[in-house]
Design a protein around this ligand. Structure first.
Ligand code: HSE
Length: 428
């Protein structure tokens, strides 16, 4: 049995999960891998007397980790950007393997980290989709494949909120507060609800699957904060659920890379992935469709992936496997399509006064833009204000055309209030 000495930055939810798993399953891990995982040192800004450090030394300086010759692997579990980036770089420079759960740092600084580091392995399975070994699947299980698309639910907090709104009619704010209490949300929950966290994860998946640089700046980002109970209800009537999806797809003229709320048919498996669960559907040339699902956030779920990476880097350090990271920070020529060039069906909710001819006028504008209508519903006017919601599902249309049409529809007499627009994925 070989000792693997860990230095851990952070003492939050994921770090506590790491301590707990080693305590509960350390002997099992050792039996399976021949590795004895020992947390030697923990560095955190604030001490937490209530947490049993299980014999690890505790201090406040991150440099204590990379300067300590008794540490083989640094676990970066502090989140945030500046300090985490510095810790990762300094640790790699000191020749220590690094395992991180920090999607923001990898998505936005991954290229510079990889270009500057030739010395030690860096792994980040826990950065994408919590417990799901999706990076392993892409880099190892599916290594013989070309990828057509990777798409799915990659933010647990958003999925938790949308599920609560859909199933219990919960208010957005209450559902978010629950997700925070359960330890799912980022320190800044706007990263979750505005799609930034999902975009970080999609950036990583895209780079690994399409062998390119990390290109966060070109990922299209939209969160769930504009999704209303009315949209959830109308989508339901039309046979759809609203999920927050990350989509990376190879199309003829480039790559789609987008995160946004999406209508998906109710009967699809993805539509039934609820609460904090994530799921990623991968389509690749040899394997066909494969689906990966599991808890996308939470302490022990994420710590499970952290420890899988620890075992992986230990095997790299012992020369048992090679350390290839697979994404190529020098290769940026893959073209990510601007969202205006993406072609997808769309859901439109158009609030209008209940007057003759409004629907015909709307249909006429859509037709002038070559937009076909797949389905439409119109409800009784809301009681007091005599406003109706005209709800339309279009067939697949290039986004720029829909944007122009929506602008024209907004200017129609009797169309009131903002028009809601949500993209649709048929998943066929
Ligand atoms: N805040 C993230 C989520 C945590 O809700 O998915 C896991 O990355």
């Amino acid at each position: 049995v070989k000792d693997i000495r860990l230095g851990m930055a952070g003492l939050g939810t994921v770090a506590q999960g790491v301590l707990e798993i080693i305590n509960n399953n350390g002997a099992l891990i050792s039996q399976r891998t021949g590795l004895q995982l020992r947390v030697e040192r923990i560095v955190a800004r604030t001490a937490r007397p209530e947490v049993d450090l299980r014999g690890a030394r505790f201090s406040h300086e991150l440099s204590d980790l990379y300067n300590d010759p008794a540490i083989d692997v640094v676990l970066e579990l502090i989140g945030g950007e500046t300090d985490a980036l510095d810790l990762i770089n300094q640790s790699l420079l000191a020749g220590k393997a690094v395992v991180t759960a920090n999607k923001a740092v990898i998505a936005t600084h991954g290229n510079e980290i990889l270009l500057g580091n030739t010395k030690a392995p860096l792994k980040f399975e826990a950065a994408v989709a919590g417990a799901i070994p999706i990076i392993q699947a892409v880099q190892s299980g599916l290594v013989a494949n070309r990828f057509e698309h990777l798409l799915g639910i990659i933010n647990g907090t958003s999925n938790y909120i949308l599920t609560a709104m859909q199933e219990q009619g919960a208010r957005f704010e209450d559902a978010l507060a629950d997700a925070q209490r359960l330890g799912y949300a980022e320190a800044d929950p706007t990263f979750d609800v505005e799609g930034v966290d999902a975009a970080h994860k999609l950036t990583i998946l895209l780079a690994l699957a399409f062998d390119s640089a990390f290109d966060f700046d070109h990922v299209y980002v939209e969160g769930i904060s504009q999704v209303t109970p009315a949209d959830i209800r109308y989508a339901d009537e039309l046979g759809y659920r609203i999920k927050h999806l990350g989509i990376a797809r190879q199309v003829d003229n480039g790559l789609e890379a987008r995160v946004h709320p999406t209508l998906i048919p109710k009967e699809q498996l993805l539509a039934n992935v609820n609460d904090v669960m994530n799921a990623i559907l991968v389509r690749s040339d040899a394997a066909g469709d494969t689906l990966y699902s599991g808890p996308g956030a939470g302490g022990s779920a994420t710590a499970s992936s952290v420890l899988a990476d620890v075992v992986r880097v230990a095997r790299i350090l012992s020369g048992e496997i090679s350390s290839a990271t697979a994404s190529d920070p020098t290769r940026a020529e893959i073209r990510i399509l601007p969202i205006t060039e993406v072609c997808a069906p769309q859901y439109l909710r158009i609030p209008a006064r209940d007057e003759p001819g409004v629907f015909a006028h709307v249909a006429n504008v859509l037709s002038n833009h070559q937009i076909s209508i797949e389905a439409a519903i119109q409800k009784e006017p809301r009681s007091r204000d005599a406003i109706v919601d005209i709800v339309i599902l279009t067939r697949a249309t290039v986004e720029s055309e829909v944007v122009d049409a929506v602008r024209e529809v907004s200017a129609i007499d009797h169309v009131v209030g903002p028009i809601a627009r949500i993209r649709v994925e048929a998943l066929d």
